[in-house]
Ligand binder design. Sequence first.
Ligand code: MN
Ligand code: MN
Length: 287
Amino acid sequence: MNFPDYFADAESTFDQADFIIFGAPYDKTSSFRIGARNAPKEIRQASWNFETYNVQTGVDLRDIKFHDYGDLCIENDKPEKMIEKLYAFSKQVIEKNKFPIAVGGEHSITPGIVKAFTSDIAVLSLDAHIDYRNKYENEKFNHACVIRRISDHIDIKSIAVLGIRSAEKEEFEEANKNGLFYIDSYKISNEGIDKSLGMVKDYFGQKRIYLTLDIDVIDPAYAPGTSTPEPFGLHPIDIIKTIDFFASQLVGFDIVEVCPEYDKGQTSILAAKIIRHLIQSAWSNKN
Ligand code: MN
Ligand code: MN
């Protein structure tokens, strides 16, 4: 069964909306499984599964003005060109005081969006991978280099990565040497997510935060439809807790690396629910 081709309940126009959802169907640099370009379409379809009312927050999505712009035309672009388009579009959204929500696509889209913000923001990345290679397969804008490219624009002291459990030895050593703040998934499991979020809060202070969610941070038991699955990940509830914890500081969000053809739709369902929760949480903290 096919539902409308826009995100459920995104009934506002671009000009009316406080939140702008847009698809970034890009997977040209993926190293293991290809197919993240199909995620925006699948996540939109999955979004029609849900009620507008959130029993946890008491917020009804029908009270929130949000718009689905559709997909950016980037599928066949070289990485540099794709980044430029993400930057230009995000800039328009931010300049109009709207909250961008990008639906990838692979993680390589994120640096383009972050660049559109002033460099005094903080970036919180939830990811199984540290993504700190300077180049991968001879490509600077590969999805394995996301945090490194973000650190070209944002001070490394304003970046934190939660949930990592995979890195190349040299990449990891370099991240340590340059002072990248991260908490691995084993430590989060031992200490609990609340304590871990408190550590990030101490580190970031009151800075505005851009949140990037690489879906592979979640354990593949819950989110198997992803490009580079990595066991021993976070629980889906940890993501909701992270969003709620920082809701009043959030200025933008993306969800990346969903790869729909590798599961039975459960990862797209989870992604759609997370987007809906994020809108409700960010909105209720600003209203
Ligand atoms: Mn990543
Ligand atoms: Mn990852």
